[in-house]
Design a protein around this ligand. Structure first.
Ligand code: 5AD
Ligand code: SF4
Length: 480
């Protein structure tokens, strides 16, 4: 490919799509593309899509309408634009996308991104094509790595996919169909990627996977390693100050992983552990394979290991057959666990999943009313957690300039955004911040003038003894 063409990638849905979008861009840059932030001047537009709920999938089609108009306008100016649809809608709907949106040139499934350079050439030459096979070769081996300059431009935190797919088959969920069977990347491949990121200045790594705690990648000894072992290994790497992982399934919360929350200072005290419902009857119908008591037991063991752990969750209201009593069980679970926060969704029937064929679908108005009540309960926990942070000193990794001049923003160990009046030279550093004010979605604080503080101080270890157990941390859609 000659000359510089412009690439616009838009991600919908979970962090894995964000990660995949970056890897697609990394693979296309050596092919002569440069990234642009606006679709209007792009030669190649990639929409990396989400299929988890009907609304998410429909968003893609309305976006494709806009892209079709851009493509037409470009054609009138004698400029070719290619439109590619990637991600879970591509995987689930395949050539149906081209039927519904004929402006689309390429439909590429989530396992085939390494083939993009070839698909672009073929689509430009032969017209629209669909590639949604699950190939035997490992896409991660074939996707290009970002340059140090690109890593630096993306900031001091990064996602790394370590596991993909899901074998759990919750009866509401499309992930096992769109992302396929559970696979884990080998330990050494993950380690090499994390080393490269850390060498370019990344300080916090979030390991991602639809069912990340089911990780069982091959270790250097040829045996499968658990997620806990992988985390331990990564914590030893130079420059890796903070580790997180998401999204986890309660069944895979193994003893060694729980212990890692006690023993690994780099592992941040925050965990997204979706439960979906507080009712045993609904959990069984959802095929979650755990009861409310099992879940509460995992939570108790986690909190015994790490008392200040900020727990977040996902909930679905209005799953088929959910009664008022089932919903009351969900509300009582929220108050039992005292979540740091949670996402809650109205059940969305997904074609091809067992839930779609179940009797007793719940009326939309009932779902809306339950969602509102659940969100109020979650918001109360969130507010309580943030209030509990007032006056505390938390270690903050500064990520970027803040909303106002002279302000920078970072994250607390619990993943809360923290705004501080301080020099931009601190971006990339971890510093102690005393929380002076609490707003609904972020904290405000001042640099703590403690003896021993420096621009890149060592990790701050929390004893957690006086931290509240409830609060809210923002985590985006992921799975599990
Ligand atoms: N309807 C509503 N919410 C869903 N989720 C997954 N599938 C559905 C569905 N069909 C939610 C779950 C999951 C999160 C990523 O999205 O709560 O944890
Ligand atoms: Fe797998 Fe999570 Fe979907 Fe259940 S909700 S099938 S665990 S991705």
């Amino acid at each position: 490919m000659t000359g510089s063409r412009k690439l616009f990638v838009k991600s919908f849905g979970c962090q894995m799509n964000v990660y995949d979008s970056r890897r697609m861009a990394d693979t296309l840059v050596p092919e002569g593309y440069t990234e642009t932030a606006t679709a209007e001047d792009a030669d190649l537009i990639i929409l990396n899509t989400c299929h988890i709920r009907e609304k998410a999938a429909e968003k893609v089609y309305s976006e494709l309408g806009r892209m079709r108009r851009l493509k037409q306008a470009a054609a009138e100016a004698d400029r070719d634009v290619l439109i590619a649809v990637a991600g879970c809608v591509a995987q689930a709907e395949g050539d149906e996308i081209i039927r519904r949106a004929p402006a689309v040139d390429i439909v590429v499934g989530s396992q085939n991104y390494h083939r993009l350079p070839e698909l672009i050439v073929r689509a430009g030459r032969d017209g629209p094509l669909v590639d949604t096979e699950f190939p035997v070769d490992d896409k991660f081996d074939r996707l290009a790595a970002p340059s140090a300059a690109t890593i630096r431009a993306r900031g001091v935190t990064a996602f790394v996919t370590v596991q993909e797919g899901c074998d759990k088959f919750c009866s509401f969920c499309v992930v096992p169909y769109t992302r396929g069977a559970e696979t884990s990347r080998p330990v050494e491949k993950v380690t090499a990627e994390v080393e490269r990121l850390a060498a370019a200045g990344v300080r916090e790594i979030t390991l991602i996977g639809q069912n990340v705690n089911a990780y069982h990648g091959a270790g250097p000894d040829g045996r499968p390693w658990s997620l806990a072992r992988l985390l331990e290994r990564l914590a030893e790497l130079r420059g890796v100050e903070r580790l997180r992982y998401t999204t986890s399934h309660p069944l895979d919360m193994a003893d060694d992983l729980i212990a890692a929350h006690r023993d690994l200072p780099a592992l941040m005290p925050q965990l997204h552990l979706p439960v979906q419902s507080g009712s045993d009857r609904i959990l069984a119908a959802m095929n979650r394979r755990h009861t409310r008591t099992d879940y509460l037991d995992v939570v108790a063991r986690l909190r015994a290991a790490r008392p200040d752990l900020a727990l977040t969750s996902d909930f679905i209201v209005g799953f088929p057959g959910e009664t008022d009593a089932d919903f009351a069980d969900t509300l009582s679970l929220v108050s039992d666990v005292q979540y740091a926060g949670a996402f809650s969704f109205k059940y969305s029937s997904r074609p091809g999943t067992p839930g779609a064929d179940m009797d007793e679908q719940v009326a939309e108005a009932v779902k809306s009313e339950r969602l509102q009540r659940l969100q109020q309960a979650i918001d109360r926990s969130h507010a309580a957690f943030n209030r509990g942070c007032l006056g505390r000193t938390l270690s903050v990794l500064f990520e970027r300039p803040g909303r106002h001049a002279g302000q920078i923003v970072g994250r607390s160990p619990y993943l809360q955004p923290v705004q501080v009046d301080a020099s931009e030279s601190l971006i990339g550093a971890i510093a102690d911040v005393t929380v002076t004010e609490v707003a609904s979605n972020s904290l405000f604080g001042a640099l703590a003038t403690r003896a021993g503080w420096g621009p890149t101080p060592p990790r701050t270890v929390f004893d957690g003894s006086s931290l509240p157990l409830q609060g809210r941390v923002r985590v985006r859609d992921a799975g599990a």
